[in-house]
Design a protein. Structure first.
Ligand code: NAD
Length: 498
């Protein structure tokens, strides 16, 4: 059986803890590999390697640094099919979706090629008598990223590409459920010419994460995962003075106005609600039709579409979505469906009975659709992270606007309408970080930034885009005066611009 170790100092090393986790193949339900779970000492070895390598990398000129990323892009393109297959086999998502996972990461690497431009400082000549001022952006040193199972290519690239382009050394702690692709990405970065020690992968669970949080040499932590862990990481990282940006879970609403194009809206809802079996932080999990007529028209078209979703093994390129990531995840989602029924929501489509012929042990379930969901229900308040869409009927626009605005989570939201005035008002007033207008999954392109509000994001600054340069660098400001500009005598009051 494949045993996945760690990637430290430019090579794969075996774990020493004696503790491992199973890596499943969700489409068959089989254990396909084991991954080593790191100890504090193993994390420390990665930090020592990163610390030793970083000063030279930080002093390498920015143009040369991004040439490594340019070469890395070529290698990812060369190995794209193999990476996508490994990803689909460990995660469960379909091959086309796995390619999308890689591509959305690649787009941030492409953005990072322009980071030399964004790292430029500022300069003011003659800020005072004989005084010039300039600022520079310098790397933080050693930084870390802790990433979730659901985008094992995209989110590691979102984290390490900008950090490394800025001159930092990086320690990645990927999800222990699908560590194969992150390990391959680190090998490809080495092949692209990255010096050993600049990108390390430490596999593990809470023990490795806590070692990262407590390590005095790690200056910043970027986290993506569920909200309770995001909050924990944010608080514990801050206790040791680290910068921390921690992105959490979601409950993304789609508001459907009476004038929306219903066919396009239903297409958008099934894709964004059930794609990747709902295991996306930007999945639409709540549909809010405005008015009874809109709700009835929506349900009439939506029910047959959900009933006819094509579920298949990850290697079937015609499948709409594949299995969930683990049996535990499957059981959790099934349990939420039970809870919804007990709470009094109407289960309009029940996908729990779905069986995948030839793959009876895989972690499959069909799409589920709830109608008449209300604000007080757990299936509305909590993140389900599965192929389950809840319909909450709103009486009017104001009620529809309040629902996502008052929800604990604030990652993404969408409005479907032909009315520009309503769309503009919604975008301005809704209390959520990323908004789509007739766009169900409004993940911003790489040169904007990504970040949710409220319990979907703890800390300052968004991920990727210009914010990533701010997060992974510190600003130094130099005020200089040369002898010809120096006034005679000591000055005891605070210098001011007279
Ligand atoms: P998770 O919180 O279980 O795990 C995320 C990471 O934290 C993993 O690396 C895991 O090993 C580690 N971890 C887990 N439990 C821990 C603990 N007790 N102490 C310390 N570390 C711990 O999340 P997941 O199940 O891998 O991913 C799904 C979640 O991620 C969903 O909630 C989803 O909404 C969220 N997500 C958010 C975004 C975003 O950008 N906001 C993007 C993708 C996924």
């Amino acid at each position: 059986m494949r045993l996945i170790g760690h990637f430290i100092g430019g090579r794969e090393v075996k774990g020493t803890s004696g503790r491992t986790a199973d890596v499943f193949e969700p489409m068959t339900g089989m254990v396909q590999a084991k991954v080593d779970l790191a100890t504090k000492a193993e994390l420390r070895a990665a930090v020592e390697n990163a610390k030793a390598a970083q000063p030279e990398w930080g002093a390498t000129n920015p143009q040369r640094r991004v040439r490594v990323l340019m070469k890395f892009l070529e290698l990812v393109a060369r190995d794209n099919d193999a990476l996508a297959e490994l990803l689909a086999r460990e995660h469960g998502k379909t091959l086309p979706d796995a390619k999308g996972d890689i591509l959305r990461g690649v787009e941030v690497v492409e953005f990072a090629l322009g980071i030399p431009q964004l790292m430029k400082g500022e300069y003011t000549e003659g800020a005072g008598p004989g005084i010039d001022i300039y600022s520079m952006r310098q790397p933080l040193g050693v930084v870390a990223g802790i990433t979730p199972f659901n985008f094992p290519a995209m989110i590691p690239m979102w984290k390490f590409a900008p950090a490394i382009a800025c001159g930092n050394a990086f320690i990645l702690k990927p999800s222990e459920r699908d560590p194969g692709v992150p390990m391959r990405l680190a090998e490809l970065m080495l092949e692209a010419g990255l010096p050993p020690g600049i990108l390390n992968v430490v596999n593990g669970d809470k023990e490795a994460v806590d070692a990262i949080l407590d390590d005095p040499d790690i200056r910043a932590v970027g986290f993506v995962g569920s909200s309770p862990i995001a909050q924990y990481i944010y608080e514990r990282a801050a206790a040791t003075g680290k910068r921390a940006q921690c992105f959490g879970g979601a409950k993304n609403h789609a508001i459907i106005m009476p004038d929306a194009d219903m066919d396009q809206t239903v297409d958008a809802l099934v894709g964004a609600g059930y794609g990747a079996a709902g295991e996306r932080c930007m999945a639409v999990s709540v549909a809010v039709p405005v008015g009874k007529t809109t709700a009835d028209r929506l349900m009439e078209k939506l029910i047959p579409r959900v009933e006819n979703l094509k579920i298949g093994p990850s290697i079937d390129p015609t499948a709409d979505f594949g299995p969930l990531v683990t049996k535990e995840a499957l059981n959790r989602v099934r349990n939420y469906v039970e809870i919804g029924i007990k709470e009094g929501a109407k289960l309009a489509v029940d996908g729990r009975g779905f069986k995948m012929q030839g793959y009876e042990n895989g972690f499959y379930m069909g799409g589920c659709l709830f109608d008449n969901v209300t604000k007080d229900m757990r299936i509305y308040k909590e993140e389900i992270f599965g192929p389950v869409l809840s319909v909450v009927r709103a009486h009017d626009y104001d009620e529809a606007l309040r629902l996502p605005s008052e929800h604990d989570y604030g990652n993404g939201v969408a409005i479907f309408t032909r009315d520009g005035d309503a769309a503009r008002d919604f975008a301005a007033r809704v209390n959520v970080g990323m908004v789509g207008i007739n766009v169900p999954i409004p993940v911003p392109v790489a040169y904007y930034t990504f970040g949710g509000w409220k319990r979907s994001g703890f800390g300052d600054l968004n991920q990727y885009g210009p914010d990533s340069v701010r997060f992974y660098t510190k600003t130094k400001t130099v005020t200089s005066r040369w002898p010809s500009g120096v006034k005679e005598g000591a000055e005891f009051s605070i210098p001011t611009m007279k």
